[in-house]
Design a protein around this ligand. Structure first.
Ligand SMILES: C[S@@+](CC[C@H](N)C(=O)[O-])C[C@H]1O[C@@H](n2cnc3c(N)ncnc32)[C@H](O)[C@@H]1O
Length: 281
C-alpha cells in the first residue's frame, strides 16, 4: 500500500510555503515593519523555510548577515535553496533551540515567529540566549499565539484534533487522557497566557511595546486544512492514533475544520502578540 501524500508531508513538514498562507505568513511583514533603522545582522530563531530571512534580505540592503537557526533538516534544505542567490549574506544552522549553542554574532535584530510554544517549558533558555546575542541597542521581535484553553488545558488546534478523534470513535471525555497517555502536551498548554509570558520576558528584556492582531483561519475545503495541519504540526498529534490510522486521522482533522467553517464562518481565531523587546540594562 502506498503512503498517502498527507502522511509523507507530516513526516517531512513539506508544503509549508503554501500552508503557512493560512496563518503564519501574516507575521512576517508585521515583524519586519517594526525593525528600526538599517540593521547589519539579523538572527531568526526557528527560521523554517527561510521566508522571513529572504524578505528581510530583500527589504534591508544594509543586512550583511541574515542567520537562521532551525531544527528540521528538511526545512533547512528548503531554506538553503530559497536563499542560495543571496550568497554569504544568508547563513543557516541546524540547532535545537531548547539547548542553543553560541553563535559568533551580536545581532541588531533577533526575530522568532510562531515558535516559542514548541520550546515550552524551557523557554528561559532561549530568552537568555537571545539576550546574550543581542547588541546593546538591538531589538528582539517575538510573536506568540494565545488560544483560549479549557479546564484540561486544551484549546486552539487541540480542539480541532479533539473533534477529529471523536469522529474516529474516541469518547469526547476521554480525549484529555489520550493526550496525557500519548505524552502529547496540548498546544494551548504549551502557549503560556500573555501575562505569565510577560513575567518571563521581563526577566531578560524591557518590553518596549506590545502589538496585537487577531489571527483568523478560514478554509476552502477539508483537504486544504488537512495539508495545513500536516505541514504545521507534522506528526505531533498523529502519535495519538496507531500508524495504520494516520491517513484517517488527517482526513478527520480536515473534515472537522470544514464543519467548523460551515457552522461558524471560520475554523479558528486567536490573538497574536508581537512583543518588541530591548535588552534589560
Ligand atoms: C510554525 S513554524 C514557524 C516557522 C517560521 N518562523 C514562520 O514564522 O513561518 C515553527 C518552526 O519552529 C521549528 N522548531 C520547533 N522546535 C524547534 C527547536 N526545538 N529548535 C529549533 N527549531 C524548532 C520548527 O521546525 C518550525 O520550522
Amino acid at each position: 500500500m502506498t503512503t498517502p501524500a498527507v502522511e509523507i508531508q507530516a513526516r517531512t513538514l513539506a508544503g509549508y510555503a503554501h500552508a503557512s498562507r493560512l496563518r503564519q505568513e501574516h507575521d512576517r511583514d508585521w515583524v519586519l515593519d517594526h525593525i528600526p533603522g538599517e540593521p547589519g545582522v539579523l538572527l531568526d530563531l526557528g527560521s523554517g523555510i527561510g521566508q522571513l530571512l529572504q524578505a528581510a534580505l530583500d527589504r534591508f540592503p544594509s543586512l550583511r548577515q541574515a542567520v537562521g537557526l532551525e531544527r528540521s533538516p528538511h526545512r533547512i534544505a528548503e531554506a538553503s535553496e530559497r536563499l542560495e542567490s543571496y550568497g554569504d549574506r544568508a547563513e543557516l544552522h541546524e540547532a535545537d533551540l531548547t539547548a542553543p549553542g553560541p553563535v559568533p554574532y551580536r545581532a541588531d535584530v533577533v526575530t522568532m515567529t510562531s515558535v516559542l510554544h514548541w520550546l515550552y517549558p524551557t523557554e528561559e533558555r532561549i530568552l537568555a540566549w537571545a539576550r546574550e546575542h543581542l547588541a546593546p541597542d538591538g531589538r528582539f521581535l517575538l510573536t506568540t499565539y494565545h488560544p483560549s484553553r479549557d479546564e484540561h488545558g486544551l484549546g486552539g488546534e487541540d480542539d480541532i484534533v479533539r473533534d477529529a478523534l471523536t469522529a474516529l470513535g474516541v469518547r469526547r471525555a476521554d480525549v484529555p487522557a489520550l493526550f496525557a497517555d500519548g505524552a502529547v502536551l496540548p498546544i494551548a498548554t504549551r502557549t503560556r497566557a500573555a501575562d505569565e509570558l510577560a513575567v518571563l520576558l521581563k526577566g531578560h528584556f524591557q518590553i518596549a511595546a506590545v502589538h496585537e492582531r487577531d489571527a483568523t483561519v478560514t478554509v476552502e475545503d477539508a483537504g486544504q486544512y488537512a495539508h495545513f495541519h500536516a505541514a504545521t504540526f507534522g506528526d505531533y498529534y498523529g502519535r495519538l492514533v496507531e500508524p495504520a490510522r494516520r491517513g484517517d486521522f488527517f482526513a478527520a482533522v480536515g473534515e472537522a475544520a470544514r464543519r467548523r467553517q460551515e457552522e461558524r464562518g471560520w475554523v479558528s481565531h486567536m490573538p497574536v502578540r508581537l512583543w518588541e523587546l530591548t535588552p534589560r540594562g
